[in-house]
Design a protein around this ligand. Structure first.
Ligand code: SAH
Ligand code: SF4
Ligand code: F3S
Length: 473
């Protein structure tokens, strides 16, 4: 370590894209002498990568800044200092408000400024800065790739942003304002990044986009290609065994993408396809641009080509004007779809969105009661799906130590967490695992093959219909 090495601490909130972005910021700053630390108290630069999706998410930032102020004051008294920056979607939405409410903040910058971060940090030493412009240039062109050792250290699964922003303007949602309009990265850029990841040992890539299946990046001939076509190309990369993508909008689920689920063994049988509500009236008020019947027909088309696919979703209860009947329609679409996992949220009124101006806001206690009932139904479906896996043999990518000694963990094709008794030397391997039981948040299993070659010869059973997603916001 050289004497001018500085320490960086990033705290990440929100969705997987923020996780990806935090790594990109880390990589950009690494080129300028910053190393990450797990101790906030010893950092020279603390960045909060924030989420604005619901009020609670946004408010977390201000309480963290309160704690940071105490830390910085103590550091200054002890003769050292720390620079504090706020990135992400709260920064984009409320840059000036952050500056006014939290004088401890030196630097506020939005998701489209990450390629300028080293320069912003240098300038912030001379005075507070807000940068929430949407620049013309392609930030991905300017963001460095991770160094090989860094990618290896991050493990065998990785995120890769292929599309950012959203033009859908659902009436409850801040994302079109915080991430800007839809932009797809060019195919060559994505292929190069995926190749680098695979060469460093990454076996599973999750393609990210706020509207990932609206992807329409340009290929070498300057022609736009869709997400389906992109998956066919990525599946060719040596060493990449698993491909996932999130989050999809029902309106953009085209035939080529559905065919990729049929044709490509690399594309995992898992699809996060939020519907938000089962009521046509509410879907219309949400500006989702499709009906409940269209959603159910789409699920049927996907299941026709990939019967074992695990479907997950997001739901909002208590959108303005939601009646008991509308909510019953949501319960009904859940019963008809049969989710392997799903995430449900109480509607949170967000400043600047059309929903915030709607009459008939639903009382808090009604939202609570509906959320409780919906979550009970989803939990029941998830448990049934997990239960249906007992006795099956599934390929599991073993990627981390387990909670107990002698145990390691990984993910099934359906994104379920699976634990097996095995030595840590098997971390990084794909193994066939017989599912023997369930514990609270994971499946228990037993390795039935000793080498990946043997695994490759085993036919994977495909009678499942649902499962669980790793994280949500
Ligand atoms: N890009 C994703 C949305 C990310 S937000 C997509 O298009 O699906 C993840 C989930 O948060 C959404 O699917 C929605 O269910 C929920 N959500 C978004 N805005 C919300 C709000 N104002 N109140 C409550 N939940 C919200
Ligand atoms: Fe938000 Fe998703 Fe709707 Fe876009 S499609 S506005 S990101 S919920
Ligand atoms: Fe949150 Fe922004 Fe992601 S609002 S969900 S961090 S896109």
């Amino acid at each position: 370590m050289t004497s001018n090495t500085k320490k960086l601490f990033i705290k990440t909130y929100g969705c997987q894209m923020n996780v990806y972005d935090s790594d990109r910021m880390t990589d950009a700053l690494a080129e300028h002498g910053y190393e990450t630390t797990a101790e906030m108290g010893e950092a020279d630069l603390v960045l909060l990568n924030t989420c604005h999706i619901r009020e609670k998410a946004a408010e977390k930032v201000y309480s963290e800044l309160g704690r940071l102020k105490i830390m910085r004051d103590a550091r200054r008294e002890a003769g050292s200092d720390v620079m504090i920056g706020v990135a992400g979607c709260v920064a984009q939405a409320e840059g000036d408000e952050i500056m006014a409410r939290a004088p401890v903040v030196d630097l506020v910058f939005g998701p489209q400024s990450y390629h300028k971060l080293p320069d912003l940090v240098a300038r912030a030493a001379n005075g507070r800065i807000v940068d929430t412009d949407f620049p013309e240039e392609d930030k991905f062109e300017h963001l460095p790739q991770a160094r090989r050792e860094k990618t290896i250290a991050r493990g065998m699964t990785a995120f890769l942003t292929v599309q950012e922003g959203c033009d859908k303007f659902c009436s409850f949602c801040v994302v079109p304002y915080t991430r800007g309009s839809e932009v797809s990265r060019p195919v060559a850029q994505i292929m190069a990044e995926a190749q680098n990841l695979a060469e460093a040992g990454v076996r599973e890539i999750t393609l990210l986009g706020q509207n990932v299946n609206a992807y329409h990046g340009l290929d070498a001939n300057g022609e736009p290609i869709g997400l389906g076509a992109l998956l066919y190309r990525l599946a060719e990369i040596e060493g990449l065994e698993r491909l996932r993508y999130t989050t999809s909008h029902p309106r953009d689920m085209d035939d080529a993408l559905i065919d990729a689920h049929r044709d490509l063994p690399e594309v995992m049988p898992y699809l996060h396809l939020p519907v938000q509500s089962g009521s046509d009236r509410i879907l219309k008020a949400m500006n989702r641009k499709h009906t409940r019947a269209e959603y159910l027909a789409l699920i049927a088309r996907i299941r026709a080509v990939r019967p074992d696919i695990a479907i997950s979703g997001d739901f909002i209860v208590g959108f303005p004007g939601e009646t008991d009947q509308d909510f019953e329609d949501t319960m009904q679409i859940v019963r008809e779809t049969g989710y392997a996992a799903a995430f449900s949220f109480k509607y949170s009124s967000r400043p600047g969105t059309p929903g915030a101006l709607m009459d008939d806001q639903v009382p808090e206690e009604v939202k609570m009661e509906r959320l409780y009932r919906l979550q009970a139904l989803i939990t029941e479906q998830q448990a049934a799906f997990n239960q249906s896996c007992i006795g099956k043999t599934l390929p599991v990518l073993l990627d981390k130590p387990g909670r107990n000694e002698g145990q390691i963990g990984g993910r099934s094709p359906y994104l379920q967490a699976v634990h097996v008794d095995a030595p840590v030397s098997l971390i990084g391997q794909m193994r066939m695992v017989e599912i023997t039981g369930l514990s609270k948040n994971s499946l228990q299993g037993r390795i039935v093959t000793e080498s990946p070659e043997e695994s490759a010869n085993l036919d994977v059973s495909s009678e499942h219909n649902a499962h669980e997603r790793s994280e949500n916001v």
